[in-house]
Structures are given as structure tokens and as C-alpha cells.
Write a protein that binds this ligand. Structure first.
Ligand SMILES: *Cc1c(COP(=O)(O)O)cnc(C)c1O
Length: 417
């Protein structure tokens, strides 16, 4: 079932200038130029409502949750659990108990990897990932493989940066127990066909985790529609604070697997001879969580829903197409990642110029981009490069900013080539 938010109409008018007013940092000048922030794939800025929510929590709600009988603790608990319900609605999970708060995508993947491995992995089993993964969807699995004697199998991408479906299918076998891939690549921008990949993996009886760190801010994510078993994302890439993230898991699976960390809050009863774990999702939330962060994430999700996220994404997509077209006019520029289905990320190199040199010249003109390997070294190896310049968009970027960026790239190129 689609919920109300997932049925938002993308053709509604989206007023970017109004939205920009909500983000105080966008008024900053950098090196004497207005800030042009194009590093949204690394982290996004926070609207005033999110900043206010965090301040208000510490001003009038601060207490530990799930334990005090006193009023403040109750307020904090209510706000934290309300945030969980907002996440549930945002990703269309079946129940709030399927939403686990974590520190971020990395933490979510490590949680899922460790708990799943203990539940279903034996020596000789295989974990399938893709060649375009972020390090945080590679390294935890390598660590698990080392521990359990399992093997990491990698599905290759083509020159455009798309997972090659027949190659992916070829690598699925009765040995494949876990399949994990990104929804949108942070290095290339490729939008992977997550529904298709999930159903192929399910046909092979494998459990599916999706790294949604990039996707939540650029697509309407519906975990029931995708039918994945796990979905991980970070708050800070969707206008919420750092240090909070989400792991969605299907209820039956969460009930079946063991917790990853032990401690307070994740138990019902502790005795020295035996400890009984709490119900889901609390079973996976050991210790005092990032309460203010989770509440801030709830506010960030309210914020994007209220401004009509579908319209915002559609606006961003038009801006993205404009940026690609302008960038491709620059000769000697090589776009890295040319998938048909792509979002928000423009990764490129210019001749043999070091990406960092371009990044520094752009910064001197107020333009913030990321340079380097973008936590995806195997992707760089795939293209035979050490890194790229990456400009990544958000809903608050404008056509004028893209023009400034293009001018700055041309200027940098003329100085360096
Ligand atoms: C940012 C990112 C991560 C890691 O997120 P953290 O917030 O650093 O834990 C993982 N995967 C992708 C695709 C990302 O973009």
C-alpha cells in the first residue's frame, strides 16, 4: 500500500528561493564569493527547523528515554518514538518496530552484517555485492567473510557504471546467502534497479540489504515496494544531524536474528545465568541512543514531506540534466558514470589534471565539491583513475549556482591544462 506521502504529485510548483531561506548556511560567503555548495553526497545542510528542534530538545525535553517515570523522560520518549513513526511513514515500512535507530549507514550495515552472519552464514557461503559499492558496503562484509570463512563475490559494472544484470545473475547460486548493493551510487550517481536485483536475489533464496545512503534524499523510497529485507541510510544526507541513521528490517527477520551489541535498553531481564532480550526494535538499540539526533531526523523528514518532496526531486532532476548538459560542453572533460538512470552526482576528470587541484581552484571561487575516491576506491580502479571531481546536487541548488560552477570549472581548466 502506498501511503499519503508516497502519493505526492511531482508537478506541484517548487519554489527553490523559498526553500533556500530555510537553510541559514547558504548565506555564507567563501573566499569572497557566495557559497555554492555542491558536496551534498558527502553531507547536506540543515534547515532552521532541524537546528531549532535539536536546541529545543536540550532546552526543554532533555532526559534519558524508555526508563524514567518522570515527565521529562516521558516527553523525550514520546518525541523519540514519534520520530520512529515518521521514519516508518517516510520509507513506507509496515510497522515502527521495523525501524532501528543507528549512528548512520555504516553502523546500520555493520549491525545487519554481524547479526545476519551469526544467523545464517557458514563456511563456504557467499556474499554478493557490486563493484560500485561505497567502502561501508564492502569492508564490513570482508570482515564477516574473514570471521566465518565465507567468500565475497563481486558483480561487475559496465563502462557507464551500471551493474551488469546477467553477470549479477550468474553470480547467484545456492551458496549465496546475502546480497547487498547500493540504491544510488555516491561515486557515479547510478540509480540501480533495486526491485529487479532484489527479486533476482530472492529467487536464489538470499537475504537482501540495500545501502540507501544516497537514495533517501533523491528518490521516494518504499521498502515494501522494493521488498528488500534490510534498508540502511544516514540522517545527515537528508537534512538531519550527523550521528543518527536507520536500519529498516523486515519484522520476521529482526525477530529471528540476534542483537549485535549488548547493554542497557536492549533487554527485558538480565540474570547471570540468562538474559532475555527486549522486543524489536529495542533489541538492537543498546545503550543511550542519539535522542536529539533521532528527533532531528523526524523533523527533517517532516520538512521534506511538507515542501512536497516529489516536486523537490523533480526540480532537482531538471537541474541535474541542465548541469550534465553544461558540463559536457567542456572539452577534455571526461564524465565518470554515464548511466541512463542517474541522480544528483556529477563525477568527472579533466585531462591529466589532479582532481584536488581543480577542487582547490573551485574552492577559491566559493564552489564546494569533493575530490578523490569518494570512499569507493574499487570504482576508481574500474575506471583506471585515482579519483574524480564530484559535484553533487540537492533540492536547494539553483541554475545560477550551476552556472557559477561551470564558469569556475572552465577557469580552473584554463589555468591547469
Ligand atoms: C555516505 C554513504 C555511506 C556512509 O554513510 P555514513 O553516514 O558515513 O555512515 C554509505 N554508502 C553510501 C552510498 C554513501 O553515500
Amino acid at each position: 500500500m502506498m501511503n499519503e506521502y508516497h502519493a505526492q504529485a511531482p508537478q506541484t510548483v517548487f519554489d527553490v528561493e523559498q526553500v533556500r531561506k530555510d537553510f541559514p548556511i547558504l548565506k555564507e560567503s567563501i573566499n569572497g564569493h557566495p557559497l555554492v555548495y555542491l558536496d551534498n553526497a558527502a553531507t547536506t545542510h540543515k534547515p532552521q527547523v532541524v537546528i531549532d528542534t535539536i536546541a529545543e530538545f536540550y532546552q526543554s525535553q532533555n532526559a534519558n528515554i524508555h526508563r524514567g517515570v518522570h515527565t521529562l523522560s516521558q516527553r523525550g520518549t514520546d518525541a523519540y518514538e514519534a520520530a520512529r513513526a515518521k521514519v516508518q511513514n517516510f520509507i513506507n515500512a509496515d510497522s515502527p518496530s521495523e525501524v532501528i535507530f543507528t549512528r548512520g549507514t555504516t553502523d546500520s550495515i555493520n549491525l545487519a552484517a554481524n547479526s545476519l552472519a551469526r544467523y545464517l552464514l557458514s563456511k563456504g557461503d557467499e556474499i554478493l555485492i557490486s563493484e560500485s559499492e561505497h567502502h561501508s558496503n564492502i569492508v564490513p562484509w570482508q570482515m564477516i567473510c574473514e570471521q566465518y570463512g565465507s567468500n565475497l563475490v563481486v558483480a561487475p559494472i559496465n563502462d557507464d557504471g551500471e551493474i551488469i544484470i546477467p553477470e549479477f545473475e550468474n553470480r547467484l547460486s545456492p551458496k549465496t546467502k546475502i546480497v547487498s548493493f547500493g540504491h544510488i551510487s555516491n561515486a557515479l550517481g547510478t540509480i540501480n534497479p533495486v526491485q529487479k536485483l532484489t527479486s533476482l536475489a530472492h529467487e536464489a533464496q538470499a537475504t537482501v540489504l540495500i545501502d540507501g545512503a544516497q537514495a533517501v534524499a533523491h528518490a521516494l523510497v518504499d521498502v515494501q515496494n522494493i521488498d528488500c529485507d534490510f534498508y540502511a541510510f544516514s540522517g545527515h544526507k537528508i537534512f538531519a544531524p550527523t550521528g543518527v541513521g536507520v536500519l529498516f528490517g523486515k519484522r520476521e527477520l529482526l525477530e529471528a536474528i540476534s542483537p549485535y551489541q549488548g547493554g542497557g535498553d536492549m533487554i527485558k531481564e538480565v540474570r547471570f545465568d540468562k538474559t532475555e532480550y527486549n522486543d524489536i526494535p529495542y533489541k538492537f538499540e543498546a545503550g543511550t541512543p542519539n535522542i536529539a539526533g533521532a528527533i532531528g531526523l523526524g523533523t527533517a523528514l517532516d520538512y521534506v514531506i511538507d515542501l512536497n518532496f516529489a516536486a523537490a526531486i523533480s526540480y532537482e532532476d531538471d537541474l541535474f540534466n541542465y548541469a550534465i548538459a553544461r558540463l559536457c560542453e567542456i572539452d577534455s572533460l571526461r564524465m565518470i558514470g554515464t548511466a541512463i538512470e542517474k541522480a544528483a552526482v556529477l563525477s568527472f576528470t579533466i585531462d591529466n589534471v589532479h582532481p584536488q587541484d581543480i577542487g582547490l581552484l573551485l574552492d577559491s571561487q566559493g564552489v564546494a565539491v569533493r575530490t578523490g575516491h569518494h570512499c569507493a576506491m574499487p570504482v576508481m580502479q574500474r575506471y583506471g583513475i585515482s579519483g574524480t571531481v564530484r559535484a553533487s546536487l540537492s533540492i536547494y541548488n539553483t541554475k545560477a549556482e550551476i552556472d557559477s560552477f561551470i564558469r569556475a570549472v572552465i577557469k580552473a581548466k584554463d589555468m591547469l591544462v
